[in-house]
Ligand binder design. Structure first.
Ligand SMILES: [Fe+2]
Length: 270
């Protein structure tokens, strides 16, 4: 159901009847809030546990979730181009490309990841036991950077001018495929300065404290921006700009201040 049809259905009262529907926009969600008491819809249309979900971090994707109960303390990430909503004492927006921590609350949104950290344990040992791959290989003098398998989570329509804060880009949306994986690094790891990606990259902190950093050159002494990440934080604006149909990045890296697990999200234009 497209938005105009949905609004029309809400206005006429027809929208209160169906037990399954897709929430497509902020406007549609606010209409739902006015007409349907929270708790009316108690399930998501689809909940999947992702392939890299494990005892270290349980990872679920919610699609077209309405009033879905998040019972266990979890990082909730909004992957979509429209606001999601967390419901506790009041409904609170979870904007696109952002995240929060919910516990004993309900969530509504078109495409969400819900990540719950497992019992305290040796993260590096667990990640290795789970088969996460050593990004730099086994050499002793390289950073410890372990990567889970990567999965395709879904597709979204994005307006790059809004997402990348580039009003000069052509207006309109394009389809993107989202890929996700987890990373682990131990305390004090500089994960490697780089500046090449053919996708829009975003990171969400899951456990530990880290940072996303920008540099003038491939040199730690040229640091010029330092974005600290605590659990539940997503770096607020993607680091790249679009230029001639490609993405250009500054020199950048992730740094783990403590043992860290973080989520990498890649938005690939289809
Ligand atoms: Fe990167």
């Amino acid at each position: 159901m497209i938005l105009a049809q949905w609004d029309s259905a809400v206005a006429s009262g027809e929208a209160a009847a169906p037990s399954h529907f897709s929430v497509r926009s902020i406007k549609a969600q606010s209409s739902i809030n006015r007409f349907i008491p929270w708790g009316y819809f108690m399930k998501s249309d689809l909940v999947d546990e992702l392939a890299f979900s494990s005892r270290l971090v349980r990872v679920e994707v919610l699609r077209d979730a309405v009033d879905y109960p998040v019972t266990r303390r979890s990082v909730v990430v909004n992957l979509s181009a429209s606001d999601a909503w967390g419901q506790g004492a009041l409904p609170t927006a979870i904007p696109p490309f952002s995240s929060t921590i919910l516990s004993g609350a309900r969530v509504t949104g078109t495409l969400l990841l819900v990540l719950a950290v497992g019992e305290k344990e040796d993260g590096e040992k667990s990640a290795r036991e789970l088969g996460w791959t050593d990004f730099y290989g086994p050499a002793k003098d390289t950073p410890v950077l372990l990567r889970s398998s990567q999965v395709e989570v879904g597709e979204v329509e994005l307006d790059a001018a809004l997402v990348l804060h580039q009003p000069e880009l052509p207006k309109g949306t394009e389809a993107f495929r989202i890929k996700a994986n987890l990373w682990f690094s131990p305390a004090g790891t500089d994960c490697g300065i780089h500046n090449q990606h053919d996708f829009i990259e975003v990171h969400t902190q899951i456990s530990g404290h880290g940072r996303m950093q920008k540099f003038l050159d491939k040199d730690h002494d040229t640091l010029y921006e330092d974005q600290l990440l605590s659990p539940g934080n997503t770096n607020p604006v993607p680091f790249c700009l679009e230029q001639d149909g490609s993405y250009i990045y500054p020199w950048h890296q992730y740094r783990a201040d403590t043992d860290c697990v973080w989520l990498a999200l890649e938005y690939h234009r289809i």
